[in-house]
Design a protein around this ligand. Structure first.
Ligand code: EPU
Length: 419
């Protein structure tokens, strides 16, 4: 397996361009199942998760053309569709469950392997299923699969217990081809949900309120293929912003939507980091000491759980004590023991991590079991003295495109060593 080797201490300077958003690309690719004709998506990040979704769509019978940052998908006719998302793909990527809503709505049936728990928590899909049942689907669990069927879904009022992101996306896609009106209350407000709403509207669906707590959808009898460019990845942008801050750098993070980064920007500023909007992006500069920051992760527009691990690295090298609370997932601190091995002073009690800033951390061989935890170890390697080896790079490749090449252009001493 490849590893990333970093020699810490370089100050990052220059310009880095943010790629398309993984968590927008995945549901949007799945939404192509709803449309007749060939949908083409641009600015699609080249990531393992995107390849897995492309593979899954191909297994379902779609024609998929994947070239650089453009993906075209033609959904199959009912006769040629294969309505099963198998275990081998769902186990590598939970977001495979996003095909459930569109398959059921378009073809009347779907069989999807249950994702089960994962490295960051139990992550059930009960809210997805509750919504589909409210729309008239028969739902059966057997042999580790969820099987759903409905001649035609019917619009319904669905009140989510939790504003689940992929749950909301699944239900929006299902509702887009259901008969009648659907209201999703306590909906997720993430920009990726809003973006899916834009795509469904382009397909001809009537969607209102995507990006707010209440989404209303008037189902259509059929939807048409679209062309759409994926919005920039706010988590990738945030990761690069923290990289600039912890290395006392000066970096222009290009291709960002600053309005999607309010919570991250405000915590960086609280740490004493300068973040300014400039033509083309956000400029992040820092010199001197970092102040500690308290963070509680929350659904959007609160502080994103997907930035918790990266901000913990900043807290690790700040002057003072930070308190971090992970309120979304119950087990998202796998980076902590690895950061501690590098010299961090972090104590976790349940969902709360108390981080006492240390004057320096030192390089070590580390590995993590999920994407954002791995990103935090790369950030730690950039500030640590000496050499850090980050193992299990495939986690990073799920969510960051060629991260080592892009960071090395900013002056980082970082390389990938092929196995
Ligand atoms: N939950 C339930 N029941 C459900 C659905 C969710 O109890 O039916 C719980 C989850 O277990 C979790 C909380 O609700 O505790 C929130 O989970 P959510 O469903 O919102 O997460 P997700 O849709 O599975 C997406 C992102 C994650 C991101 C979370 C939270 C995609 C493909 N994934 O996951 O991204 O952390 O929202 O914002 O959009 C990542 O990119 O590294 C990543 C993990």
């Amino acid at each position: 397996m490849d590893k990333i080797v970093i020699r810490g201490g370089a100050r990052l300077t220059g310009t880095i361009k943010v790629a398309g958003a993984k968590n927008a690309a995945l549901p949007i690719l799945a939404s192509s199942l709803l449309a007749e004709g060939t949908s083409t998506f641009k600015n699609v990040p080249k990531l393992n998760d995107v390849s897995t979704m492309a593979k899954l769509l191909a297994r379902l019978g779609c024609e998929v053309d994947h070239a650089r940052h453009t993906v075209s998908v033609t959904a199959p006719s009912a006769k040629r569709a294969h309505l099963e998302a198998p275990y081998d793909l769902v186990k590598t990527m939970r977001a495979s469950v996003l095909v459930l809503g569109p398959l059921l709505a378009r073809y009347g049936r779907a069989r999807v392997s249950l994702p089960g728990g994962c490295a960051i928590g139990a992550r059930p899909i009960d809210q997805h299923l509750k919504g589909l049942e409210a729309m008239g689907a028969r739902v059966k669990l057997s042999h580790g699969y969820v099987e759903c069927s409905a001649k035609r879904l019917k619009g319904a009022r669905i009140v989510l217990d939790i504003p689940t992101v992929t749950g909301c996306e699944n239900l929006m896609m299902a509702a887009a081809l259901a008969k009648g009106h659907t209201i999703i209350e306590n909906a997720a407000r993430e920009p990726e949900v809003e973006e899916l709403g834009h795509v469904l509207v382009k397909m001809g669906a009537r969607v209102e309120g995507a990006g707010t707590h209440i989404i209303q959808i008037e189902g259509s009898d059929s939807l048409q293929a679209v062309e759409h460019a994926i919005l920039p990845d706010r988590i990738e942008a945030g990761t690069f912003m923290v990289a600039a801050a912890v290395t006392r750098g000066d970096v222009l993070v290009e291709n960002t939507r600053p309005e999607h980064l309010d919570a991250v920007i405000s915590k960086l500023r609280a740490a004493g980091v300068s973040v300014t909007s400039e033509k083309g992006g956000l400029r992040v500069r820092h010199s001197g000491a970092l102040a500690p920051v308290d963070i509680t992760t929350q659904p959007y527009p609160g502080f994103p759980t997907d930035m918790q691990a990266q901000m913990m690295v900043l807290a690790t090298v700040a002057g003072g004590q930070s308190v971090i609370k992970e309120a979304i997932f119950e087990n998202r601190y796998m980076h902590v023991p690895e950061l501690v091995r590098m010299g961090a002073d972090i104590h976790v009690d349940g969902r709360v991590a108390v981080v006492r800033g240390v004057p320096k951390i030192s390089g070590a061989t580390v590995m993590a079991t999920d994407l954002r935890a791995s990103a935090s170890l790369v950030l730690a390697g950039l500030v640590a003295s000496g050499e850090t080896e980050v193992l299990r790079v495939y986690h990073l490749d799920r969510g960051y495109e060629k991260i080592e090449r892009r960071l090395s252009k900013l002056g980082a001493n970082i390389k990938r060593v092929k196995a």
